[in-house]
Design a protein around this ligand. Structure first.
Ligand code: GLY
Length: 354
């Protein structure tokens, strides 16, 4: 998958450089209403490409990541005279990079697009690696395509306009990448509070993190095997996220992933011998940074049920996990039985003092 990754805190300059080289006949910016007021004005001042581009502004939030908004985007591309040589710049979080990428990938069978993620979560995950799509019939990313952005311009400048919970949410995916890489970057990540890093320090850590994802995605772009490694933390994470939603108190995706990482490392310890000292260290960092989910043992059947319905399962009734025998030693084809999962949840609650 060829996808240019540009790490810079001069986003306007990077966009103008890209536009000069790519020379699209028409340029369209897709953003949501929040980004349109918080980020677009500064970019329009500094980037002539952005100033001159046609703007497609959509509603903010996961609720707008649907076929209706997608049709509006296609419609504005049509009315704006987009041809195959036009291009789109998606500026926003994961909803915008996913949906804008899918709109571009499907318009006239595909026009070029660039992602400019404005959240840490999108920078280290959604914007990179070519997954695009929309939600459908209540299911996340049910309709989509693998379509790499021409370029992803990654900066840490926009993250300060967001609440601290957003930054921490993205940081959880960085913890995941560091555990998958097993290269020592994990020690650096857990030696600091995400909010205390400067933009440049964070950019360096983001770069290391994104390169871990890029390496995995390059080897397995369409998730036939190795890319499943990126699901570390996500089987229990999605279950925590869904349960919180069901209870009427939603949690940020990254918080659920952070808790899910601890559960997956408990399972990794039980099934593959992941070192207990490191498991405790991760649990302590997650407890200090993300607090704890609102669960007790009466929630276990719901959690297992949510895991059973995870779309990553093989469809034969087993529950799939990506686990580690050590940092950097990944097994993407693990399964666990309900009694193993509840044992892991008991240990998770002990570690998290729930
Ligand atoms: N978010 C996991 C992946 O891109 O495969």
């Amino acid at each position: 998958m060829s996808q240019q990754l540009i790490f810079t805190n001069d986003v306007a300059g990077a966009i103008d450089n890209w536009a000069r080289t790519a020379a699209p006949t028409r340029l369209f910016v897709i953003a949501d209403t929040n980004t349109a007021s918080l980020v677009l004005p500064q970019l329009e001042e500094k980037s002539s490409a952005i100033a001159e581009a046609a703007k497609i502004i959509v509603g903010a939030g996961e609720g707008f990541k649907n076929i209706t908004t997608l049709a509006e985007i296609w419609s504005e591309l049509c009315s704006g005279g987009a041809t195959r040589s036009a291009a789109v710049i998606n500026i926003g979080g994961g909803v915008i990079t996913d949906m804008g990428g899918f709109a571009a990938a499907t318009f006239k069978r595909g026009i070029r697009f660039v992602n400019v993620p404005t959240t840490l979560l999108a920078a280290v995950d959604a914007a990179v690696g070519g997954k695009t799509g929309i939600d459908f019939r209540g299911l996340k990313n049910e309709i989509g395509a693998f379509a790499p952005a021409d370029a992803v311009i990654i900066s840490t400048r926009f993250f300060r306009t967001l609440p601290a919970t957003e930054l921490r949410s993205g940081y959880a995916e960085m913890l995941k990448h560091a555990l998958l890489a097993g290269d020592g970057s994990f020690d650096r990540l857990i030696s600091v509070e995400p909010d205390s890093l400067t933009d440049d320090e964070l950019l360096e850590l983001v770069k290391q993190s994104v390169l871990v994802k890029k390496d995995v995605v390059t080897k397995d772009p369409t998730e036939k095997g190795l890319r499943k490694a990126l699901n570390l933390g996500h089987t229990p994470g999605h279950a925590f996220e869904s349960l919180a939603l069901e209870k009427g108190s939603p949690v940020p995706h990254g918080y659920a992933v952070a808790w899910g990482l601890v559960v997956d490392l408990v399972l990794s310890h039980l099934k593959l011998g992941f070192p207990s000292a490191l498991l405790r260290q991760v649990a302590q960092y997650v407890l200090d940074t993300y607090n704890v989910p609102d669960i007790n043992c009466t929630d276990y059947p719901r959690i297992v049920e949510y895991m059973r319905h995870d779309k990553k399962n093989a469809g034969d009734g087993t529950i799939s996990f990506t686990l580690l025998s050590a940092p950097g030693q990944v097994d993407v084809s693990c399964t666990a039985e309900p009694d193993e999962i509840t044992a892991a949840l008991d240990i998770f609650r002990d570690l998290m003092h729930i």
